[in-house]
Write a protein that binds this ligand. Structure first.
Ligand code: GCU
Length: 448
């Protein structure tokens, strides 16, 4: 009895804390609607680390791209784990076709084989991927990405899947998940789609959706993550460049694409990635190292994602590496106080995705995510896209995304979170930029 009372008290305190935190958030200042800050440096086609400026598209691809990939690993994210074989352990249909746009909801449990056993139950990472396909034969374009609180939180409203096993693993969730806060409060503060993409509307729009919890591979908890990161770090990697969790989650994205590309219901030419915040960082990094994703939507990815580091606006490197030391290579923290030691900035990460499409979403009250720094990162990547004869980033408005070209940006009102208008922006962008998609019914709104 005493223990239950204590648990209730703790839940209430946590809840109250988050409510008060949430109220405080709503008072965060709006960032200006006119762009501030200086251009991204170094110029993306300019000299880099003692090597000559880029002379052509071929020079970019053969010389600069490999150099940038090496530097992003050795300076920021740590060594990217080696590609690995994926075994499908089980496929379970959680929901068969019923009324509405959904075809099937399936749980695909897969294991990734490593060259040495690690701290996972069974010695290797096991991931439960939820695959939601629209009605019809397909093959369907697919939107893939990890969610913050995992599969349990994916089906908040619909009772059926709740009774079915949406996950088989038992890896710890981030402390913020399950803070005893009722779902309606999470939605009020962090948005209607904070934990669950609008999967019915996505299917109605003609896309399949794949979702999993990146914590299945590396738990998103400082300290606890280390043995998993050590197990994923390639042999011979200097200790200060050990694989970070963002790199591990990016690698996981690619392993998921290995499975999806082999699925006859999925169109391997139209695989798209999305991610919010920390998972937006991972989605951008995944596409930088994997040529298959044809488009990426990074929502509020901030530091280590789409926003520039050098402008010292938003989350400082010192803060992110102190709060989340497992996310990056230890060396990244050492550059916090030495901007001169940094050869890179995030416009170069976006440049590695060229000529593929990138949508960056931000919120006016999410200064921490540095919306202006993200806009200037797209401006900084623009010259590479022009090397491909593409229109680059011609957008001038901070709020209205470009209607032409592979790069676009929007800043909606409000806080750090995922709202239906974010998904409406993303689906409109995917439809516009991923050319050979089958025609979809025009202007389907996401509003129920
Ligand atoms: C924290 C962190 C950010 C991150 C965010 C998130 O706020 O400081 O870098 O993007 O969490 O993932 O929600």
């Amino acid at each position: 009895m005493r223990r239950t009372l204590l648990a209730i008290m703790l839940g209430l305190v946590a809840g109250l804390g988050t409510v008060l935190g949430g109220c405080a958030l709503t008072r965060l200042p709006n960032v200006p609607l006119t762009l501030t800050g200086s251009p991204a440096t170094p110029p993306i086609l300019g000299p880099l680390d003692g090597t000559a400026a880029v002379a052509s598209r071929a020079d970019w691809e053969s010389r600069r791209v490999p150099r940038l990939k090496t530097l992003f690993q050795s300076q920021i994210y740590g060594a990217m784990p080696a590609p690995a074989r994926v075994d499908i352990l089980s496929r379970v249909v959680l929901q068969a076709p019923a009324k509405g746009p959904i075809g099937t909801i399936e749980r695909i449990t897969l294991a990734v084989s490593l060259d040495r056993p690690g701290p996972w139950p069974g010695g290797r990472p096991v991931v439960d991927m939820i695959l939601i396909t629209p009605k019809g034969k397909g093959p369907f374009p697919i939107i893939a990405g990890g969610t913050f609180c995992g599969n349990d939180a994916l089906f908040p409203k619909t009772p059926e899947p709740q009774t079915l096993k949406v996950r088989t693993t038992n890896m710890p969730l981030p402390p913020e998940c399950g803070g005893g806060l009722p779902a309606f409060m999470v939605e009020a503060i962090f948005g209607k789609n904070a934990n669950s993409p609008p999967w019915e509307a996505i299917a109605r729009h003609g896309y399949a959706l794949a979702s999993w919890h990146p914590g299945d591979v590396v738990p998103d908890v400082p300290g606890i993550a280390e043995p998993y990161l050590a197990a994923l770090t390639p042999d011979g990697t200097p200790p200060d460049q050990r694989t970070g969790a963002i790199a591990a989650w990016a690698w996981t994205l690619s392993r998921m694409l290995d499975v999806l590309a082999a699925d006859p219901r999925i169109d391997p030419e139209h695989m798209l990635l999305w991610g919010h915040s920390r998972h937006g960082k991972a989605a951008l990094l995944a596409a930088a190292f994997d040529p298959r994703p044809v488009a990426v939507w990074a929502l509020q990815s901030g530091t280590g994602g789409a926003s520039l580091d050098r402008d010292e606006v938003g989350e400082p490197i010192g803060a992110i590496t102190a709060s989340f030391p497992h996310w990056f290579a230890p060396v990244y923290a050492t550059t916090a106080a030495r901007p001169d030691a940094r050869l890179l900035d995030q416009h170069q990460l976006i440049g590695l995705l060229a000529p593929r499409s990138v949508l960056v979403g931000t919120g006016r009250r999410d200064q921490w995510g540095d919306p202006h720094g993200s806009f200037r990162a797209l401006m900084g990547a623009d010259p590479v896209y022009r090397l491909y004869g593409l229109p680059g980033f011609a957008q001038t408005s901070l709020t209205k995304p470009a209607e032409v070209g592979p790069l676009a940006f929007y800043m909606r009102p409000g806080l750090h979170g995922i709202h239906s208008q974010d998904w409406a922006q993303a689906l409109a962008f995917f439809d516009r930029t991923v050319p050979k998609l089958p025609p979809t019914a025009p202007n389907i709104s996401l509003k129920p």
